[in-house]
Design a protein around this ligand. Structure first.
Ligand code: CA
Length: 526
């Protein structure tokens, strides 16, 4: 059976701002030469879906404007009605970080939004989980195979006894040995792992599997005194640790048995927990995009931005990240900072990242993928404008460096600095303490995490139709003229509350689509 696409009755295009001299084509399959836009403009050549059409003659050297921002300079004359392509544009120079407006914008105070709640798991430290998971922290990749088998045994042997525990997750990674562990920047992967083990979805139950001889010793990963003694641990060994090289382990089965036995008391305590009604302010939402197209900044990301404002108004925490995708809008971030100190912290993170990229002899052109370009995004300047709208409109109240964790009072809009890589960004937002993840995509990705529910938002109806059992929300309805950004934003907000409550599962949860944790390690490997 084939499903016919809806009839394309008329040519549709979207101009983001009245000052723009380009618009993007909305119709599935693009528009042929001769198609007439709503304004009466006739296309002089075929323009693919999501790609830009010149709304007027753009002379060589003139600025090409989208979002009322220069996304490039024309390298040749571009006729009205022509397809504006990547090779016709010169990318604008990067903004100087030393001359940015600092906390200069009078951002309106959020109007409190009250009366919204969800059902979550309240932890002893006041944080709130949206899932009730047993996580097994690992110090080194060497133990990954053993932990995977232990997890499989725990699932078949123990999980039926503990019906109120949602799942058991092995926190596997490639770090822990063969790395320059004393390099200054090793702090990033180490604190990332530490803080992931403290994620609210794991209920404060920490169990660790270590090899024994690795550089990242359990006491270095989770030093005594750095956080309260974990249930099951002692003052000398604050977390409950199984060490595979311990002499009492004779044979592989002994290791497996030891891990499975260690899991029991943790599962016992997790199983005794119940969801309770908590205000929406307990949500900690991480947002990011991946597989972006020209619709990302028109449909899904603005809807996420609207929902971000609702979360800020409800007193919740919302994190946005992806350094390379905000770099070209650095001035928009620093002027929206709640204070000069916050603006300075944004500059600190972007400057550190500039130097990190320079060390690897790459520049901002390293971002934007072939898929981005096929989807109509010419360069990183254009991508950044579409990416940053996910952060909504309120002031940025806090900044986290990669791998850092939010503290109790850090509510509102947070810039959690991270690479834009989907898996690394998700991993760092987990470390920051997110209990819900929102992911927008235009090209499509089956992305999911075992540690936290991931709500995926499609930017186009065509993607939502084809990936009907992978996408949780279709923001393409905005481009189709069937819903407004506000309506989609509210829909996403309600969906977040339902997913956080466990009333609704995301498609990634349904299919158990789990990407690996990928640590950001800017330090050398030995
Ligand atoms: Ca991303």
């Amino acid at each position: 059976m084939t499903i016919a696409p809806p009839q394309q009755l008329q040519a549709r295009s979207i101009r983001m701002n009245p000052a723009d001299n380009v618009a993007i084509v909305v119709n599935d399959g693009g528009l042929a030469a001769g198609a007439v836009l709503e304004s009466g403009l006739v296309l002089t050549q075929r323009v693919p879906q999501g790609h830009k059409v010149a709304l007027q003659m753009i002379a060589a050297g003139a600025a090409v404007r989208r979002y009322n921002v220069t996304i490039g300079y024309a390298l040749q004359d571009i006729a009205a009605g022509a397809w504006v392509q990547e090779r016709q544009l010169q990318v604008p120079a990067a903004q100087e970080l030393s001359q940015l407006p600092m906390a200069s914008l009078a951002v309106p105070q959020p109007l409190p939004l009250e009366g919204y709640s969800f059902e979550g798991f309240l932890n002893a430290d006041g944080s709130v989980g949206t899932r009730n998971l047993l996580a097994i922290t690992t110090t080194v990749q060497c133990v990954a195979g053993v932990v995977a088998q232990a997890v499989s045994r725990i699932k078949t042997e123990l999980m039926p006894l503990y019906p109120f525990v949602d799942d058991v997750v092995g926190l596997e990674h490639t770090y822990g040995c063969g790395v320059a562990i004393d390099a200054p920047e090793a702090i990033i992967p180490i604190r990332t792992l530490r803080n992931i083990s403290l994620n609210p979805n794991f209920g404060g139950e920490i169990m660790v599997v270590s090899l024994g001889c690795e550089k990242l010793q359990p006491s270095r990963l989770l030093p005594p005194g750095s956080f309260p003694i974990i249930k099951g641990g002692s003052a000398s060994d604050p977390a409950d640790t199984v060490c595979l090289q311990d002499e009492h382990h004779v044979g592989f089965m002994s290791m497996l048995d030891s891990i499975v036995q260690s899991a029991r008391p943790h599962l016992e305590r997790l199983n005794a927990r119940r969801r309770q009604t908590l205000p929406a302010s307990a949500l900690v939402v991480g947002v990011q995009c991946g597989g972006s197209d020209a619709f990302s900044g028109v449909t899904a990301n603005p809807a996420v931005g609207f929902a971000a404002d609702l979360l800020v108004r409800a007193g919740a925490t919302i994190m946005f990240s992806e350094n390379t995708e905000v770099r070209d809008a650095a001035d928009q971030l620093t002027q929206r900072a709640a204070s000069p100190e916050v603006a300075q912290a944004i500059v600190r993170e972007l400057d550190w990242y500039d130097r990190y990229l320079a060390r690897g002899q790459v520049d901002r052109s390293a971002n934007t993928t072939p898929g981005n370009k096929a989807g109509g995004l010419s360069n990183i300047a254009e991508k950044a404008m579409g990416s940053i709208v996910k952060s909504g409109s309120f002031a940025i109240s806090h900044v986290l460096a990669p791998g850092e964790r939010l503290t109790a009072g850090q509510k509102g809009l947070v810039f959690a600095a991270s690479p834009a890589s989907d898996f690394i960004c998700g991993t760092l937002q987990l470390a920051a303490g997110m209990n819900l993840h929102v992911f927008t995509t235009g090209r499509g990705t089956p992305y999911g995490l075992a540690e936290v529910p991931v709500i995926k938002v499609a930017t186009r109806t065509d993607l939502a139709r084809r990936w009907h059992d992978l996408m949780d929300l279709n923001a393409g309805r905005i481009a189709d003229g069937q819903a407004s950004i506000e309506e989609l934003g509210w829909e996403l907000f309600h969906l977040m509350l339902a997913v956080a409550s466990g009333r609704k599962k995301t498609w990634a949860e349904h299919w158990k689509l789990h990407n690996q944790l990928v640590l950001f390690n800017p330090a050398p490997i030995t």
